[in-house]
Design a binder for this molecule. Structure first.
Ligand SMILES: C[S@@+](CC[C@H](N)C(=O)[O-])C[C@H]1O[C@@H](n2cnc3c(N)ncnc32)[C@H](O)[C@@H]1O
Ligand code: SF4
Length: 413
């Protein structure tokens, strides 16, 4: 078996769609209790489109301003029309992602959070994360975001090396990466730095320099992604020379060793945290929790006692804003489809098995409404191949299962 990478489950922006899984039977699910609820807000603009990126992000045309007020109106309408799906439920975390949400003005972000609070009961301790690009970081604006209620910043550093940043088509250089990380540290107690590895022409020594630079800012959390060539990107059309699979695997081993020695536990495929700093919002995705998704192209997952639905908003920002403006009060914007019961085991495992410690076994039935007995033969077969450990209390991937995650997941199709 070759180690095959499983795509990042960007739950909110839906980078992948499972096809025709069949393990769960066809009777409708029965959920005894609803899972925790989160809110994802998508901001679909960036200064420039990066050549490797397949997120729903669009370059702001040169000379144009972001249609911020119109977009915030649309988000408020979108949220209002989504409320009947989640009446009475509290929201435990908010993630404002993109695109580049740090393009929002301080006043715009303040209005967004006020609009959310006015419509949804937010847990008093809710984690509220905002994604930022180092090319858009200003200390005063970031302090204002914090004053409005953002309590976690996630910065797309990618690298501190000017040569690699240029190859990635980023809008910032290494100094701006460092400045952004320093501001994050100064303004926020809780922050994450995104890095990518296996970059064009990157050596292990260069990766180590990036890790050391990141660690010098003592981030509570680090996300370290293997750069992947995604379909319909500039890199897919004109692929750069990348480190081969063996070199990338060596880099992954180095990442885990260096960060482990610095006190960061790898708790998910790409996520590393100091004790107490795991990302609550992302953990909810990986534990198959619910999330309302608002904004252009945002995906959501909402459970009801007898069904689980997935929602998707129009991807194009103009189409999305027009749909929101035209929506009748209470009418759903975009698409809503019930997930087939047969697909639920795969969808659950695609998230849960990314977690190093796996999940409590009871969560499977609780979150999918499908009895665990339905997947017992698959779990037994996966255990026999050394890919999972499972007992009455927990279902978890083994080290081998994490390495061959695609093979493991295929078993649930
Ligand atoms: C929405 S972006 C983050 C914020 C901001 N847009 C930025 O790039 O600075 C989320 C993260 O996904 C990662 N990412 C995006 N495309 C990727 C790819 N093709 N392969 C691996 N990681 C990728 C990057 O680390 C990026 O920071
Ligand atoms: S800034 Fe982030 S979201 Fe925007 S194009 Fe680049 S990687 Fe994608």
């Amino acid at each position: 078996m070759k180690p095959v990478r499983v795509p990042v489950v960007a739950a909110s922006t839906g980078r992948q769609a499972p096809v025709a899984p069949r393990a769960g039977g066809s009777t409708p699910p029965t959920l005894a209790a609803l899972p925790p609820l989160a809110l994802y807000v998508h901001v679909p603009w960036c200064v420039r489109k990066c050549p490797y990126c397949d997120f729903n992000s669009h370059a702001v045309p040169a000379g144009d301003a972001l249609p911020e007020a119109r977009y915030l109106d649309a988000l408020a309408r979108d949220l209002e029309s989504s409320l009947p799906q989640v009446w009475g439920r509290r929201v435990h975390s908010v993630f404002i992602g993109g695109g580049t949400p740090s393009l929002l003005s301080a006043a715009g972000l303040d209005r967004l959070l006020a609009d959310i609070r006015a419509r949804l009961p937010l847990d008093p301790g809710a984690e509220i994360t905002l994604e930022a690009n180092p090319g858009t970081v200003e200390a005063a604006r970031f302090a204002a975001y914090r004053a409005s209620g953002v309590n976690r910043l996630s910065i797309g550093i990618q690298s501190f090396d000017a040569r690699h940043l240029r190859a990635l088509g980023r809008i910032h250089d290494g100094d701006e990466s460092r400045r952004a990380a320093a501001i994050a540290r100064e303004v926020f107690d809780n922050f994450n730095l995104d890095l990518m590895y296996a970059l064009p022409g990157q050596t292990v020594a260069e990766l180590e320099r990036d890790l050391d630079a990141a660690l010098s800012f003592a981030p509570p959390h680090l996300s370290v992604y293997h750069l992947t060539l995604e379909p319909n990107t500039v890199f897919a059309k004109y692929p750069p020379a990348l480190p081969d699979d063996d070199a990338a695997a060596d880099m992954q081993v180095r990442v885990e060793a260096v960060l482990g020695a610095a006190g960061y536990a790898r708790y998910e495929t790409s996520a590393y945290a100091r004790p107490g700093a795991r990302a609550a919002h992302n953990l909810n995705y990986w534990r198959f929790g619910d999330y309302l998704g608002i904004g252009a192209g945002a995906h959501g997952k909402i459970s009801f006692p007898d069904r689980i639905v997935r929602t998707e908003k129009p991807r194009n920002p103009d189409t999305y804003m027009a749909a929101c403006a035209a929506a009748e009060a209470g009418a759903a914007i975009g698409s809503v489809r019930a997930v087939a019961t047969a697909d639920l085991p795969f969808e659950f495992m695609m998230n849960a098995l990314r977690l190093t410690e796996g999940v409590e076994a009871r969560l499977f039935a609780e979150r999918t409404g499908v009895p665990v007995a339905r997947i017992a033969p698959i779990l037994a077969a996966a255990a026999a191949r050394g890919l999972v450990e499972h007992g009455p209390a927990r279902i978890a991937p083994t080290a081998r299962g994490r390495l061959f995650l695609n093979d493991l997941l295929q078993m649930f199709l």
